[in-house]
Design a protein around this ligand. Structure first.
Ligand code: GLN
Length: 237
């Protein structure tokens, strides 16, 4: 039985949005919290269910165009995620989930579809599908190592003045204009699958630290081996 002080992780709409290993982000957060002695309680919220407002850390993944449109409609109608973020909850939104957080995104025919307006971004269909490895240097203010991940999307994303770019793209497309992802307050959006947090444990720790404060370092040699292997596969030696 989790205690009242357990870190509450909310995994939004696994039945609609969870491609390319995004659920691994939940596992990484649970594990890295538990290794620091932080108990966790994870709630999987299917799309027919209300999004609880009492979570500490919310995650939403990527997916295909139609489930993405459905997810946006349901999240907007539900309102729980808005209220949670307004109350200070942390959110990691990946790919389709990232696009949904903006004012608009491209539907299956490229038509503009309303997002849920949690981030000052807007997305539309790009000229070509962006698919493959992605490497990006994170905004210095966040003090994180190079991001590594995998992307597969048609959308491109413009950032408004209410958000900052998460990183500058070295390999891959990301937002489509030399930058990858964005952040505002404790909300992070990214095109990175792979899953993002297994390949970027420092990003997992940043999200956790926003919930529980400073964290003791861990032995990350296995994560590091994965990172080096992936980075070496696309960066010139
Ligand atoms: N359907 C969106 C796009 O193609 C998101 C894809 C994804 O989440 N992988 O841009």
């Amino acid at each position: 039985m989790p205690s009242d002080s357990a870190l509450r992780i909310v995994w939004i709409y696994p039945d609609l949005l969870s491609t390319y290993g995004d659920q691994g982000n939940v596992l990484v957060l649970e594990r890295r919290a538990q290794l620091r002695g932080v108990e966790t309680e994870t709630i999987h919220v299917r799309s027919a269910d209300p999004v609880p407002e009492t979570g500490d850390l919310y995650l939403i993944g990527g997916g295909e165009d139609r489930p993405q449109i459905l997810a946006a409609e349901r999240l907007r109608r539900d309102g729980g995620l808005h209220r949670a973020v307004a109350g200070g909850a942390v959110l990691l939104a990946v790919c389709a989930g990232y696009q949904i957080m903006g004012s608009t995104f491209g539907g299956e025919e490229g038509q503009p579809v309303d997002g849920i307006g949690l981030l000052d971004i807007s997305s539309s269909r790009g000229a070509a599908r962006a698919v493959g490895e992605l490497v990006a240097e994170v905004d210095a203010a966040l003090n994180l190592p190079t991001l590594t991940g995998f992307e597969n999307h048609m959308g491109v994303t413009r950032l408004g003045p209410g958000v900052k770019a998460l990183s500058r793209t070295i390999v891959g497309t990301g937002n489509g204009n030399g930058f990858e992802g964005c952040y505002a307050g404790h909300v992070v959006g990214t095109y990175l699958h792979g899953p993002a947090l297994a390949r970027n444990p420092a990003l997992a720790d940043l999200l956790l630290s926003w919930c529980v404060g400073d964290l003791a370092p861990l032995d990350d040699s296995r994560y590091e081996a994965l990172r080096q292997e992936r980075l070496a596969s696309v960066l010139p030696g």
